[in-house]
Design a protein around this ligand. Structure first.
Ligand SMILES: Nc1ncnc2c1ncn2[C@@H]1O[C@H](COP(=O)(O)OP(=O)(O)O)[C@@H](O)[C@H]1O
Ligand SMILES: [Mg+2]
Length: 436
């Protein structure tokens, strides 16, 4: 975006103390600027109403109403409004400057959210809306671009922005009064409730519940449940048709469809009673999905189990037994004289001690393995399991070759008695061959 817009340019000082620095985004109603508070030297965001819209007195009134509505809902999940006013006939709102991205950008860049991610974002927006509803403020424009994921140090906090068409209980203005500018104001109608799409004057907080259900569906599946191409098609679908089940649009947790259909009852009375009730019903569905996903990610049980160190095993002493392993394998290749057999027995004992020591280390090895397993992408896990099993098989093979029964050397003369043919039927057993 260029550093100038149809109104306002970098360097302009608004309200005597907010210096415009850079336009952030050109929205439906105006432009959001990054600015600096000239006295405090802190960054702020300044929203300027489009000069064309600013000619309309009703628009100006509505724009300044946005500032009052957002300021009224004092919540850590609503963008903080510091100031508002009119400069050269153009109204402006000064807000805290948020760093991060809006939910629509996040979804476009990273695709659908996990149940855990949705639980956090949904919970935070629900808290903001519950507060707004308790004060008689209805947002009426809940959609991903009005949900901002603000980066605050290592944390991410969800903030609701754009109370541009919010309705306040005491306010006489109704939706229908917006007239031909309605399309401009609302942007995409995909999140509108049937009563809002019909332009009903009796829109209440339950319109936000509807929109939150559509947002939740989009977050999990990446798609909206109403797919009309034109505003007219969409309005008819929203007012008369059942939305597509989220499970037909993408992967959703068990129970999500039922929650979604309850939240999008055509009549407001069929929906949840409040934002808190709606969130309360969604949370266990998402938590169950999270734990199922965590269980699927967890390393196999045998990899997790930690072995207790045998109490009789004293620290350190088994390390000197380490050379016993190669000695044992070396000894197994020698002819089995009584001396060699004794040596083999001693080495086998030392190797057993070493194995016990290894058990002691095993829990640490397992912990690291489990950690590594956690970081592995899903498709690599099967391969890793196969590799581990092959390694285990190979180890067994090597071990069995070390302990194998020694075969008589090739070409050696077999004693006559051992080579004697089997006893003839009814005949006496031949005398046992003398041991080697
Ligand atoms: N305080 C802020 N700090 C930083 N970015 C903001 C702020 N408020 C809004 N934005 C960005 O500007 C976009 C449009 O703001 P919004 O208030 O929704 O305007 P519009 O009425 O034009 O839709 C938001 O989606 C968000 O990305
Ligand atoms: Mg907006």
């Amino acid at each position: 975006m260029q550093a100038t817009t149809s109104w306002g340019s970098a360097g302009t000082v608004i309200g005597g103390r907010y210096r415009l620095e850079q336009p952030i985004v050109k929205g439906a109603m105006g432009t959001i600027w990054r600015a600096e508070h000239t006295q405090l030297r802190t960054p702020v965001a300044v929203k300027l109403l489009d000069p064309l819209l600013a000619r309309d007195q009703e628009m100006r009134g509505r724009f300044l109403q946005e500032a009052r509505s957002a300021a009224a809902v004092r919540s850590s999940h609503v963008v903080q409004v510091f100031d508002s006013g009119v400069e050269d006939g153009v109204p402006y709102i000064v807000m805290e400057f948020l760093e991060g991205e809006s939910l629509d950008v996040r979804l476009a860049e990273r695709g659908p959210l996990s149940p855990g991610e949705l639980r956090k974002i949904f919970g935070e927006v629900a808290r903001a809306l519950a507060k707004a509803h308790s004060l008689g403020v209805v947002h009426r424009d809940i959609k991903p671009s009005n949900i901002f994921l603000s980066r605050e140090g290592p944390y991410e906090i969800t903030k609701l922005v754009d109370f541009g068409i919010a309705k306040v209980k005491s306010e006489a203005l109704s939706f229908t009064h917006v007239g031909t500018k309605m399309g401009t104001l609302l942007g995409t109608p995909q999140y509108m409730s049937p009563e809002q799409a019909r332009g009903s004057c009796t829109v209440d907080y339950r319109t936000d519940l509807w929109a939150m259900a559509i947002v939740a569906c989009e977050c999990l599946t990446g798609r909206c449940p109403f797919s009309g191409r034109t505003v007219g098609d969409l309005t008819i679908q929203i007012c008369t048709e059942r939305p597509t089940a989220p499970s037909e649009l993408g992967r959703v947790p068990r129970g999500f469809d039922a929650w979604f259909f309850k939240a999008t009852g055509k009549s407001p009375g069929q929906r949840f009673k409040s934002m808190a009730a709606m969130e309360g019903a969604l949370t266990p569905i998402l938590v169950a999905a999270e734990s199922r996903a965590a269980a699927a990610r967890r390393p196999p049980r045998w990899l997790q189990q930690s072995f207790r160190r045998p109490t009789w095993l004293s620290r350190g002493w088994s390390w000197p037994a380490l050379p016993a392993l190669p000695s044992l394998s070396g000894l197994s290749w020698l002819p089995a004289s009584p001396r060699v057999r004794e040596l083999r027995a001693a080495c086998a004992t030392a190797v057993s001690a070493l194995a016990a020591r290894w058990l002691q280390l095993r829990s640490r090895v397992q912990a690291s393995l489990a950690q590594w397993w956690d970081t592995l992408p899903e498709e690599r896990r099967r391969l890793a399991l196969l590799a581990m099993l092959s390694l285990f098989g190979l180890t067994l093979l090597v071990a069995s070759s070390v302990f194998r029964q020694e075969a008589p050397p090739r070409g050696s003369v077999i004693p006559a008695a051992a080579a004697a043919p089997p006893a003839s039927a009814g005949g006496a057993r031949p005398p046992a061959a003398s041991s080697r």
